[in-house]
Each structure stands twice: as C-alpha cells, then as structure tokens.
Design a protein around this ligand. Structure first.
Ligand code: FES
Ligand code: FES
Length: 168
C-alpha cells in the first residue's frame, strides 16, 4: 500500500513520517516511534491497554488511523514523567500496588490522568467510571482506586507547599 506523509504531534513534539493509510495510531506509536509504553492487549477495542489522550480525551489508539490525527495533540504515557521522575499518579500506583503485572497500567494511568485534569478530587464512583473501559486482570481495582487517592493527596500537599512558598 502506498504510504502517506503524516505530521503527528505527540507529547508536544512533531513527528513527520511516512505511513500506510490503514496503520493504527497504536502501531505507529509502538513500531515507528518506539513509544512502547502504550500496550496492545487485544487489538479489538475491548481492553483499554492502548489508551492515549487525544485532544484531552482518552481514546483507544488501536481504533484510530494515524493519518486522521495530524491536527490533534496526542499524549502518551511517556509524557507523564519529567526528567526521569514519575508523575504523582504513577507514584500512587507504585505506592499502593496499583500496578502488578503492569500491562494495563499505561492505559489506566492515561484514563485517570484525563479524569484528574477535569476533576481534582474525584469520588470512587467517578474513578471507576473513568476506567470502565480499562480491564485489569490482577488488582481487583481497589489498589487502583487507592492509587488515585494517593495522587490526589500528594498533588494537594504540593499545591499547599507552593502557596506557602509564594507567601513566604
Ligand atoms: S488494544 Fe486497544 S482496546 Fe485493547
Ligand atoms: S496490573 Fe496486571 S492487568 Fe492490571
């Protein structure tokens, strides 16, 4: 199949590459760009492991054609750590055992990252609704809910410290 030149914005960087029009965003992320944090758990839209954030919304990258997302801002799990340090949500997963085999974790984290962007202190119901499309076969989801609480508390403490610094 003839390739098309595409220009994708991923984690704040533009990537120009030639791809076949039938390639999924998931395949392009993993195979062409070697952003392998995003996982392929089923390839038929039933597991959520491939979740990335597209224009602020969690989406299944195994369902998206890469050529159709040239005008979008795409965010993958690789964007959440800064200078090698995990983000608050990722630290919550580590601290609370929210990641066991870890296969579902990148997709879970991206769904929950989107939730926390819009809802600073979500209820457990909201957390469970946000990950209703993400299947975890290991944790039973309790640890994942605790990981979110952990992250919310950490983010709040950091905000308080920041305010104190500004008023010192
Ligand atoms: S790989 Fe996309 S939903 Fe499972
Ligand atoms: S940690 Fe293993 S599938 Fe979720």
């Amino acid at each position: 199949m003839r390739k098309e030149l595409v220009d994708l914005s991923i984690n704040g960087r533009r990537h120009e590459l030639a791809v076949e029009p039938n390639r999924t965003l998931l395949d392009v992320l993993r195979e062409d760009l070697r952003l392998t944090g995003t996982k392929c758990g089923c390839d038929d839209s039933s597991c959520g492991a491939c979740t990335v954030v597209v224009d602020g919304q969690p989406m299944l990258s195994c369902l998206l054609l890469a050529v159709s997302y040239q005008d979008s801002q795409i965010q993958t799990i690789e964007s959440l750590a800064t200078q090698g340090e995990l983000g608050a949500l990722q630290r919550g997963f580590v601290q609370e055992g929210g990641s066991q085999c870890g296969f579902c974790t990148p997709g879970m984290v991206m769904s929950l990252h989107t939730l926390l962007e819009s809802t600073a202190d979500p209820t457990e119901e909201e957390v469970r609704a946000a990950i209703s499309g993400n299947i975890c076969r290991c944790t039973g989801y309790m640890q994942i809910c605790r990981a979110v609480r952990h992250a919310v508390a950490e983010i709040r403490e950091e905000e308080i410290r920041e305010k104190e610094r500004l008023h010192a």
